[in-house]
Design a protein. Structure first.
Length: 276
């Protein structure tokens, strides 16, 4: 084999190594070329049709909202039988002219003093919280009346009859044994802004009356006697009379669009006493 002058021919082993290195370099070039080709082809793959022949498999369709909601467990229905409407110790007891307390002389087992008045210990925490919240908002309702015993209610009713006559008195004052006050769950609230409106129609227009109308339900107190419900409750409207039943029951009443305990529980009411 001829060689360039002055240069010795490379050994056979060295020539073999150079040929191997050349093949490896060529292999790398092939891999690189394949990668470039794949990158160039990627946009066209993304643009491939999503329907028809040659389309990639479609992802499973998402369940429609209604179908998805059907898979969720439903909230349990509110149980209107969870508490008694006839037991005078129950926060849901319905007391009206058709449904007297049983016994007539009932007195709560536990009373708590709030703002100088006795109320049922069941209602006391929410009443205290409500009065504190009102004061924080710059409004300070007074507590005019809370629990009344059978004897106390009897005197209140007799005074009403004496001053107004039986027919009018029984629109505004309950007979003993038929009064929510006797359960300790009802309160009459007053106005520090205008005390002359206490137990009067104008109470609803005072700052205290307006605050209570807007917020009392959040503390479990129902505005029991309204003009819209007089035929059901049997009493003239009293913007000052609130009855504690608990916030959970009041939310249910709002959901059902009813304003009285009689309508909610399917209990009779009205202006006529069940007994003479």
């Amino acid at each position: 084999m001829s060689t360039r002058r002055g240069v010795a021919p490379a050994p056979a082993a060295h020539r073999t190594r150079r040929r191997g290195a050349g093949r490896r370099t060529a292999g790398r070039l092939v891999v690189l070329a394949a990668a470039v080709a794949a990158a160039v082809a990627a946009p066209s793959l993304l643009a491939r049709p999503t329907t028809g022949a040659g389309a990639p498999p479609a992802a499973p369709a998402a369940a429609p909202p209604a179908a998805a909601a059907a898979l969720l467990p439903s909230a349990p229905a509110f149980d209107l039988t969870a508490r008694s409407t006839t037991d005078p110790a129950s926060p849901w007891v319905v007391v009206n002219k058709q449904h007297p307390l049983d016994p007539l002389g009932y007195a709560p087992a536990s009373l708590t003093l709030v703002a100088g008045k006795e109320v049922s210990s069941l209602a006391a925490p929410d009443l205290q919280a409500m009065l504190a919240a009102a004061e924080a908002d710059g409004v300070r309702p007074t507590l005019v009346s809370g629990y009344r015993s059978y004897g106390h209610q009897e005197r209140v009713h007799q005074r009403a009859v004496a001053s107004q006559g039986v027919e009018q008195a029984e629109r505004v004052s309950a007979r003993p044994g038929h009064s929510e006050h006797q359960t300790g769950l009802a309160v009459d609230l007053g106005s520090r802004t205008d005390p002359s409106c206490d137990l009067q129609d104008c109470f609803g227009a005072t700052p205290e009356g307006a605050w209570l109308a807007a917020h009392a339900a959040s503390y479990g107190f129902l505005l029991r006697y309204t003009a819209a419900d007089s035929d059901v409750t049997g009493y003239s409207p009293e913007a000052w009379h609130y009855r504690w039943v608990g916030a959970d029951l009041l939310r249910e009443m709002a959901d059902r669009g009813v304003g009285t305990l009689e309508e909610l529980f399917g209990v009779s009411g009205g202006p006529v006493y069940s007994t003479p």
